[in-house]
Design a protein around this ligand. Sequence first.
Ligand SMILES: Nc1nc2c(ncn2[C@@H]2O[C@H](COP(=O)(O)OP(=O)(O)O)[C@@H](O)[C@H]2O)c(=O)[nH]1
Ligand SMILES: Nc1ncnc2c1ncn2[C@@H]1O[C@H](COP(=O)(O)OP(=O)(O)O)[C@@H](O)[C@H]1O
Length: 216
Amino acid sequence: MYTKIFRAVIIGAPGSGKGTISELICKNHGCVHISTGDILRQNIIKNTELGKKAKQYIAEGKLVPDAIVTKTMLARITEVGNRSYILDGFPRNIAQAEALSAREQIDAVITLDVPHSVIIDRVKNRWIHAPSGRVYNIGFKNPKVPGKDDVTGEPLMQREDDKPHVVAKRLELYDEVMNPVIAWYEKQGLVATFKGKKTKEIWPMMELFLNDRINA
Ligand SMILES: Nc1nc2c(ncn2[C@@H]2O[C@H](COP(=O)(O)OP(=O)(O)O)[C@@H](O)[C@H]2O)c(=O)[nH]1
Ligand SMILES: Nc1ncnc2c1ncn2[C@@H]1O[C@H](COP(=O)(O)OP(=O)(O)O)[C@@H](O)[C@H]1O
């Protein structure tokens, strides 16, 4: 358990393991995993105004307009209050990063460097329980009952944007959009990059970094 409040950002290509690793960190260290994608998908399921606006952008693998996302994410951070958190999927451009830094002092930015070939394979087998954001993988993290969420027993689904042609587009967009954000944080000395093909390779290095950075 970390001794002080920490606020971290995790950045990585679609399917690189951001959600998986964020859940591991928060399970081990009592932080809140704030996932933009999960929040947007939950709004789509509830058919809220936000969900209706975001749905098409997500289905096409495009970024949802800043005006919609930034307000939503800053509101969620306010809700989390004085607790440690990991931001997964925000910020995704400089404008969002500037809006965040105007409000929050970020302690660490973790970037995942996973080969695209590995990602494409993983995403094919990704199944989610959208209401909770729980993520499964056939072969890596199987549900106890095939096709059902471990906690609620509700049916799992595959994401619209996990279709191969949409994944290809998201991977292409990722480098173009995220490299400037990573460079922006590198200038502040906040970035640590973890390279690997498996979460179990990345995790031990991540733990060392976080223990060192957070308990420093
Ligand atoms: N085979 C394999 N699958 C993994 C590994 N780490 C995560 N996954 C799965 O790969 C998919 C993408 O991981 P996720 O955490 O959703 O990535 P995100 O899109 O960056 O949040 C999910 O189905 C995970 O269960 C791993 O080390 N090996
Ligand atoms: N910060 C953001 N700004 C704009 N759109 C976003 C943001 N985060 C997520 N989205 C939208 O939600 C989709 C899914 O995001 P996410 O669950 O983070 O997927 P991945 O990590 O696989 O890219 C993105 O492709 C994009 O359409």
